[in-house]
Write a new protein. Structure first.
Lengths: 266, 266
């Protein structure tokens, strides 16, 4: 069922969240699509468990997406994670990333991807400066967008926090964990390139982190992931490495990550 | 309450399990001390959940002990793990290790320990051959003892398998996983020295493994643990690394390990 668009003013000037559609999933989860900010705005999806009410507002997990894959392609995996979190009484939100879906490409992204492919097809290590050009502009744009989304979402009566971030481009999660004081837990997927600057930023992270690593991830540097894990300054940090490639995360690893969030957000 | 000693003949000649004491813990778990083999025999403790009966025999976890620490010193931690497993309907058993408690020292063990201390106090890496002398004689003796215990325990009507091994000296767990076909899952603690031969043996392990690593374990070589994990030939293998020193395994890591066993033994 489609609801009439509804706008919620947010405490951050210029950050308006406008619901465009809503439907109830069979497990009682409410799925609402929205756009954030002025037209055309940034598309997003908010899932709230049936238990989320103004008198018992829900915690929230920001669901990151891999860079470049749009919300539509990611939807099946995102809604699965949303349903899983809803069982624990936790709301979830996904946002179309910069350069993803119908959003305009990030400046320099095409060139950075071409340089990445050249290095990979030549069988050479990917130069640090290519990783920087590939990832850092995305981080710089995605993080304030997530913060604006948080401003708007925490103003909803049924969303109360605390807030966690789960998955997506790991450098985005690390930056968010450093700059966003409303974040209390980060579940990260070590499945994307790690700029050197991100390892340095990780030393300033103090919230609990749970890092998933696929041990045989084809396009991922295992040592870089271990170095990043080593760098986190958090008093509670867990690395869970599982056999398999990038898309082979076993179901029990998803369960363990869900328990990590339930422990810190409930 | 103490029960009269009772002997159970086992299918392996010469391996007799004699119960010496029994008491019921407050959660209904039955704790029985026993000796294995001819007098004086090897002391051990068997814990069975109230749900274990001849018509519904329980799976079994072999609880390893760190080398050198006797059953008495390990008892509080062992009984904690036994109670945890019993909640999942799983029986557990601990055995006094070779050279531990009142058992005679292993030949060469004192010299190997002295050589280890020399290397450590000189701030030098521990030579491979010292690790070999320290660990391999223990493996060679402990593994057949565990197998004899298994023969006797699986002959009990209330114990049915399948069988897992949990913790203890990691080289013992790896050898057991290679040579003992009744073992279906290994939960290992990467907190002891790893002989080079153990890494080679790990390639022949095919049962699911769950490896706990304390990221900042003072007396442990992190890279050796990662190399060992990499070597396992299992189609399901998980490494869980947590912040902290040797004895700082967080409670949630114990819960995750318990779920690993429940998944594979139930």
């Amino acid at each position: 069922m489609n609801a009439a668009p509804r706008s919620t003013p947010s405490p951050t000037p210029g950050t308006t969240l406008t619901f465009t559609t809503e439907r109830q999933l069979d497990d009682g989860v409410l799925e609402r699509r929205f756009t954030l900010g002025d037209a055309p705005g940034i598309p997003g999806i908010l899932w709230t468990p049936a238990t989320a009410t103004p008198s018992a507002p829900a915690p929230l997990i920001l669901l990151g997406s891999p860079g470049g894959l749009g919300l539509d392609r990611m939807y099946p995996r995102l809604v699965g994670r949303a349903r899983h979190a809803a069982v624990d009484g936790i709301a979830t939100v996904a946002l179309e990333g910069p350069g993803s879906g119908d959003r305009p490409p990030l400046p320099g992204a095409d060139q950075a991807r071409a340089d990445l492919r050249s290095a990979l097809s030549a069988g050479e290590p990917v130069p640090d400066e290519v990783v920087d050009r590939l990832v850092l502009p995305l981080v710089d744009q995605a993080v304030p967008e997530w913060q604006a989304a948080l401003d708007a979402l925490l103003a909803l009566p049924e969303i109360g926090g605390p807030v966690g971030v789960s998955g997506g481009v790991i450098a985005v999660g690390v930056r968010l964990a450093v700059v966003e004081p409303r974040l209390v837990a980060a579940g990260l997927f070590a499945g994307s390139y790690v700029p050197r600057a991100t390892v340095e930023e990780a030393r300033r992270v103090t919230i609990p982190v749970h890092v998933l690593l696929q041990w045989d991830d084809e396009g991922n540097d295992r040592q870089a992931a271990l170095d990043l894990f080593d760098a986190f300054g958090s008093a509670e940090k867990t690395l869970q490495a599982n056999l398999g490639g990038h898309t082979g995360v076993p179901a029990f690893a998803g369960d363990d990550a869900a328990r990590f969030f339930a422990r810190h957000l409930r």
